[in-house]
Design a protein around this ligand. Structure first.
Ligand code: NAD
Length: 484
């Protein structure tokens, strides 16, 4: 199976290659097969991409928002028309089941292009009246060239969640996908050109961390938006701060999900499955610490393990498959090490815990019960299909334990007590909270983390604040007085 693109990079409206760049093998994680071979960007390629973005920016920003928005909405339509092909490519790139990619990747990217395309024409400043007929007006202006750097779990979605608000505000962009999943962002670039975006408005360069680091420190860049781990986020944030650049940081988590005795057990189990095993557990906002109140614990674990038997593990291209492989052998080994640590530290393995034999990087959905707060599996982000179930007695106790983490990306609660539900979410130290649901991420709602999990918000009108800035203009109509 091959998914070789025309070339590694997309710059100034065309595919570009430079074989001097370090090789990048793209591996279909269900079989271990190399499906494409690309090259990381050389300094010359990085330079070319930033030049292209810089050169295109003034003209792009000078168009009306309505014109820019029309192009983004046209791109959304093209993405939806090609959803099947784009979903197959996403499945090859990530190993995620087609059952997921066909409803959560290109479709989510198209939603972002459509939503921000719709907003583009209404992005304005305001008029502020002062005394004597004087006034102030503000102009909402683009930042300039925005760099996007992506993780490997949602390559199309991440490219669009960063590109759509950036472009709507009149910025141009250079996007570096994860080296593990370089294919889909090239399709986003092709589609934007087809939809009428001027050359250079959205460029894609491939590469490892060094390419990302070179982009972040370049003086042509005004803003950096990273989706990645906390350690990478700290480096990128520090590098951007040195030049006072704008940042958005979408980082990792170890989010709590609290299930009270009065919760609907089936819904709570659905939430725990969605919040731990979708995309084989490779989702930043996953609720991997599932606190279950003692009275409901056995019922919860019984239904959870019964329902996990229904997971269809296998070829991710088969639409009946509901659970795919890990992204890479390396990530599989990281997760297996955590599973070993869980066993060593005394957690009770109630489901899975082993690799599935074969060439692909498959692992069974894994659940540990009797997990305690100090165990490694309850403290560190695993980024794989490993759920930790912890017991609790009281709301006060569980709130303190839920918030006792450096992370603050997401948090969820399952209860039928309306008052308690709102009290609990008000107490969560997390950017994105869920009541009787988990892991929804529609474009209309802000998404992002607090504490070490991030800075800024993606999606919704809130993202506009992070891709534009206000210029304040004072206008005096009355006589101007001075002391002498
Ligand atoms: P990662 O931090 O290893 O890499 C992320 C990206 O940063 C990659 O493109 C990588 O090449 C690049 N990079 C690495 N070092 C860099 C540097 N010094 N300067 C600039 N760029 C650099 O993360 P990953 O393993 O690809 O993804 C998994 C992580 O991403 C998890 O922690 C997960 O929680 C997080 N994530 C967060 C969100 C969110 O929205 N909050 C979404 C998806 C994934």
């Amino acid at each position: 199976m091959r998914a070789q693109p025309k070339a590694s990079h997309f710059i100034g409206g065309v595919y570009v290659e430079d074989k001097d760049g370090a090789p990048i093998d793209v591996i279909f994680s269900a079989t271990g097969e190399v499906i494409a071979q690309l090259h990381a960007a050389t300094p010359a390629i990085i330079d070319k991409a930033l030049d292209a973005a810089k050169a295109a920016q003034m003209e792009w920003a000078a168009m009306t928002g309505t014109e820019r928005g029309r192009i983004l909405r046209r791109a959304a339509d093209i993405m939806r028309d090609r959803n099947h092909d784009l979903s197959v490519l996403e499945t090859l790139d990530t190993g995620k089941p087609y059952q997921e990619t066909s409803v959560a990747d290109a479709t989510s990217g198209a939603d972002a292009l459509e939503y921000f395309g719709g907003l583009a024409g209404s992005l304005t400043g305001e008029h502020i009246p002062l005394a004597n007929g004087d006034f102030v007006y503000t102009r909402r202006e683009a930042l300039g060239v925005c760099v996007g750097i992506g993780a490997w779990n949602y390559p199309t979605q991440i490219a669009c969640w960063k590109a759509a608000p950036a472009l709507a505000c009149g910025n141009t962009s250079v996007f570096k996908p994860s080296e593990m999943t370089p294919l889909s962002a090239l399709k986003v670039a092709e589609i934007l050109i087809e939809a009428g975006a001027p050359a250079g408005v959205f460029n894609v360069v491939q590469g490892y961390g060094e390419v990302g680091a070179a982009l972040v420190t370049d003086p042509r860049v005004a803003k950096v938006s990273l989706t990645g781990s906390v350690p990478t986020g700290k480096k990128v944030y520090a590098a951007a701060a040195a030049e006072m650049k704008h940042v958005t940081m979408e980082l990792g988590g170890k989010s709590p999900m609290i299930v009270f005795d009065d919760a609907n057990v089936e819904n709570a189990v659905s939430g725990a499955i969605l919040g731990n095993f979708y995309s084989s557990g490779q989702v930043c906002s996953n609720g991997t610490r599932v606190f279950v109140q003692k009275g409901i614990k056995e019922a919860f674990l019984t239904r959870l393990t019964e329902r996990l038997e229904g997971a269809v593990i296998g070829d991710p291209l088969d639409p009946t498959t509901s659970f795919g492989p890990m992204i890479s052998e390396g990530q599989l080994n990281i997760v297996m090490n955590y599973i070993e640590k869980g066993k060593e530290e005394g957690a009770r393995l109630v489901h899975g815990g082993e690799r599935i034999k074969g060439d692909g990087f498959f692992l069974k959905p894994t659940v540990f019960a009797d997990v305690t707060d100090d165990m490694t599996i309850a403290r560190e982000e695993i980024f794989g299909p490993v759920m930790s179930v912890l017991d609790f007695d009281t709301e006060e106790e569980v709130m303190a334990r839920a918030n006792d983490t450096e992370f603050g990306l997401a948090a969820g609660v399952f209860t039928n007590d309306l008052t308690r539900a709102h009290r609990v979410v008000a107490g969560f130290e997390a950017g994105t909270c869920y009541i009787n649901t988990y892991n929804d991420a529609p474009v209309e709602a802000p998404f992002g983390g607090t504490k070490a999990s991030g800075v800024g918000r993606e999606n919704s009108k809130a993202a506009i604040e992070h891709y534009s800035e206000l210029k304040t203009v004072y206008v005096r109509l009355s006589e101007l007085e001075a002391p002498f």
